[in-house]
Design a protein around this ligand. Structure first.
Ligand code: AGP
Length: 368
């Protein structure tokens, strides 16, 4: 898993190199004409697990930039509830393996209902890739560890490219805006490398915080839990951070949109849970600061993920702070994913667990 985490800058770099040619976004293997993206009235993105979290980020990105209604669904829900899709809907199915039973079945349902199907897959010629009307490969290379890391960021990179492409084809953004976005996007591989390997990289911090957590967990008689809070385009990362941790460390973890705290989860906050707050620079940053104060006031331990140069938290005596480099908030989910993966990895490592083969899980879920 650690090897795959460290491959992410290279994977992102290769995808951008392959897909952006002469300032144009190309999906060469995609059999659709551009007109499909013009004609559709809505988009459904369907997947399981980590790929579902990528789908949810895709919803935020597409609605923001292409101004088209998008919903994200888990495959197991989509397939059994007669979803409202038809010829006006583009249905996108995301799967690393391309063999996930629920996602394949959901895609067949969408086809039956007359919707166009587009697969975003990592494994070449997999069932989902073969059966879809069109496919875009993520080309992340083989992912062996059960917990998905580089496939997730590759899915995000492809979704962002697709978002910019669809937004431009539909005339929701000008060519000038498109080029500006591409310029910012091109920074991502270098910034991923900086997070992983730079002088103030996250690796050592995550290892140290994980060690502190292990000691605390023992002190609390193995009862502490994790809560991940975020808003807007990073909210899916809160779900993903919690999933990564529970998959490989078996510690109870929940992801929540921070604005929902007062509607229930705040009841959980005392000195027991460790709360990961994603508070990078964005339009909802102040709101996240408010959430951090609420957690702090109740004694919760906070791990804050912020943008480099943040001064606010020093004054609030937050012990655990992880910085990510500056980038337009729209692209930040790709960067924020890294410390979440490292934190999960190091917690599992400190607990001496089998990280690559966690109990009860299979890499590819080919049965229901
Ligand atoms: C992620 O860490 C998982 N092991 C799992 O949630 C996975 O993402 C899910 O089963 C979907 O798999 P797929 O991408 O191969 O369809």
């Amino acid at each position: 898993m650690l090897k795959e985490i460290f491959e992410q800058p290279e994977v992102a770099k290769n995808i951008l190199k392959e897909r952006i040619k002469n300032r144009t976004i190309c999906f060469e293997e995609l059999a659709f004409p551009k007109s499909v993206f013009k004609k559709i009235k809505n988009i459904a993105i369907v997947a399981c697990g980590t790929a579902y979290h990528a789908s949810l980020t895709g919803k935020y990105a597409l609605e923001e930039l292409a101004r088209i209604p998008v919903w994200a669904d888990t495959s197991s829900e989509f397939r059994y509830r007669r979803p409202l899709v038809g010829k006006d809907t583009l249905t996108i199915f995301i799967s690393q393996s391309g063999e996930t039973a629920d996602t394949l079945a959901a895609m067949r349902e969408a086809k039956k209902a007359g919707a166009k199907t587009l697969a975003i897959c990592n494994v070449l010629a997999s069932s989902i890739a073969r059966e879809a009307d069109g496919v875009i490969y993520t080309h992340a290379g083989p992912e062996i560890a059960v917990a998905s890391t580089k496939a997730y960021t590759a899915q995000l990179v492809v979704l962002y490219l697709l978002t910019i492409h669809i937004a431009r084809v539909r005339g929701a953004i000008s060519n000038k805006v498109k080029q500006k976005l591409i310029g910012e996007f091109r920074k991502v591989p270098r910034l991923l490398k900086e997070i992983l390997e730079g002088p103030s990289g996250s690796r050592n911090k995550c290892a140290a915080y994980a060690d502190d957590f292990r000691k605390y967990y023992r002190k609390m008689h193995n009862k502490s839990t994790f809560l991940y809070l975020a808003r807007n385009i990073n909210y899916p990362n809160a779900l993903e951070g919690a999933l990564k941790l529970k998959e490989i460390s078996y510690i109870a973890a929940e992801g929540y949109p921070a604005g929902e705290m007062k509607h229930g989860p705040i009841a959980l906050i005392d000195e027991n849970p460790w709360v990961v707050c994603i508070a990078t620079d964005s339009a909802v940053y102040e709101k996240m600061l408010g959430n951090i104060q609420e957690v702090r006031a109740r004694g919760g331990k906070i791990i804050a993920i912020v943008t480099k140069g943040n001064k606010d938290l020093a004054g609030q005596k937050i012990n655990y702070v992880i910085e990510i480099p500056k980038i337009d908030d729209f692209f930040s989910p790709m960067l924020v994913a890294i410390p979440l993966q490292l934190l999960a990895y190091y917690v599992a490592l400190k607990f001496g667990l089998d990280i690559d083969q966690p109990r009860n899980l299979a890499k590819s879920v080919t049965v229901e």
